[in-house]
Design a protein around this ligand. Structure first.
Ligand code: MEV
Length: 443
């Protein structure tokens, strides 16, 4: 085994960290040079990236692309997306174009409440604790006054505080459940700061109840943390068109046949978890890419979205299709706790540029954009799956990756692109194609 425990790694300089790690490369110098080659040439810019995280050795590049021509609530957006998967941008762009002349996407934010919890243990009569809630609530609000001041000035803050009895599920387990409006910020730090203050006040309040027993005056705070499940921070986006508008969507299917297959495909996502997960993955192809490009937290978005997909007690596809009166109406309703101020959105130079390209959306607008791109990608995926299949388009886009794996030069790439306009792309076929180019004819 090449790796050994490294003590005090975080205290080393960047160069020293690199030197500690180069023994893991087969070619030490080449490995080190490779990592360094992705450092930004401007040391100030590099420092900014170094400081986003810890133990930073280099920058991991991903493509930053644009899916143009999204019409959302009659406004045109060219949407920045960060994603490595070939074909996601093409799929989003195609769907944007398809729907642009059919009224575009209609999106609206249903609610923006976020939730945080103080989880604690307390032994005593529930009624006693309940009786203290009005007093505790006002103490909690007062003690978080400093933290919430700015947020309140922007129209947000703490919206509600309640006691939740969980003793049926675990002995002595209660929660203080706090509802927040964080306006245009994602608000994780704000929420967690409020919760930790509330937890501290809870402990003090309970310990100072003079006429309570020793046991009742003890409260164990287990943890104070926001929830990434945000079923009250919901956005909805939809497209609608007459069924007859699908007449030319596929050479082999009539509009009615296309819609029938589409409907069955969506029904399957409500029945079968294996299909539902992949279907939702296609939705997150679009959403995550926008979330990343705007400096938001894609892990939070994914976790909350998948939990929401299970809200009916069974994991299901997140998009819904309605067919009535000759109309095809496709929609996505999803929790998206996004922000456009604070955190990385205001620090990452490209995240800031993304927001500029999007005309400085507020959080509600960004929720609408991200959900719409998710629905667009999902529409394209289902359309491909029920017609020509996914691989034709996918492999066409993947061609560049395969060519790069074989170190194809510009001329070889040009010839390959021409050849694969009429041939099926596969890894083996590209290898053979390049070998045939590279074999010099005998003289
Ligand atoms: C691939 O990244 C996404 C799809 O698998 C989504 C789907 O199956 O709906 C094509």
């Amino acid at each position: 085994m090449k790796s050994k425990i490294i003590n005090g790694f975080s205290k080393l300089t960047k160069e020293e960290k690199l030197n500690k790690l180069i023994s893991l490369f087969e070619d030490k110098d080449a490995g080190k040079d490779e990592l360094k080659s992705y450092w930004h040439e401007n040391p100030k810019k590099q420092q900014l990236f170094d400081e986003f995280s810890e133990n930073t050795l280099s920058n991991f590049y991903l493509p930053y692309s644009i899916a143009p021509n999204f019409v959302i609530n009659h406004k045109i957006y060219h949407v920045p997306m960060v994603i490595e998967e070939s074909s996601v941008i093409a799929a989003a762009s195609k769907a944007a174009k398809f729907w642009a002349d059919k009224g575009g996407f209609r999106a609206n934010v249903i609610s923006t409440t976020k939730i945080g919890q103080v989880h604690f243990l307390w032994q005593g009569n529930l009624k006693k604790l309940q009786a203290e809630m009005p007093e505790m609530r006002s103490i909690f609000l007062k003690s978080t006054d400093n933290i919430t001041k700015n947020m309140r000035e922007r129209g947000g803050g703490i919206m509600d505080i309640e006691l939740v009895d969980k003793t049926n599920e675990m002995d002595n387990y209660y929660q203080i459940l706090v509802k927040f409006d964080t306006v245009d910020s994602m608000g994780a730090n704000f929420i967690n700061s409020c919760l930790e203050e509330i937890a501290a006040q809870l402990k003090i309040y309970i310990s100072e109840k003079e006429n309570w027993t020793d046991t009742e005056r003890k409260c164990t705070v287990l943890m104070s943390i926001l929830s990434n499940y945000t079923p009250e921070c919901i956005v909805e986006t939809r497209v609608e068109t007459k069924i007859e508008n699908f007449e030319n969507i596929d050479p082999e299917l009539s509009a009615a046949e296309f819609v029938d297959k589409f409907e069955k495909a969506i029904n399957i996502t409500k029945i079968d978890v294996y299909r539902a997960v992949t279907h939702n993955k296609g939705i997150f192809n679009g959403i995550d890419a926008v979330v990343l490009a705007t400096g938001n937290d894609f892990r939070a978005i994914e976790a909350g979205g998948h939990a929401y997909a299970s809200r009916k007690g069974k994991y299901q596809g997140l998009s819904d299709l309605e067919i009535s009166n000759g109309k095809f109406s496709y929609q996505l309703k999803i929790p998206l706790a996004l922000g456009t101020v604070g955190g990385l959105t205001s620090l990452h130079p490209l995240a800031k540029r993304s927001l500029e390209i999007l005309d400085y959306p507020n959080a509600d607008e960004l929720m609408q954009i991200a959900a719409t791109v998710g629905l667009a990608n999902n529409f394209s995926a289902v359309k491909s799956l029920i017609t020509q299949g996914i691989q034709v388009g996918h492999m066409k886009m993947h061609l560049w990756n395969i060519l790069n794996q074989f170190n194809a030069n510009d001329q070889e790439k040009q010839l390959a692109v021409e050849y694969y306009k009429t041939h099926k792309v596969s890894y083996d076929s590209v290898r053979n194609f390049l070998s045939s180019l590279r074999i010099k004819p005998a003289t």
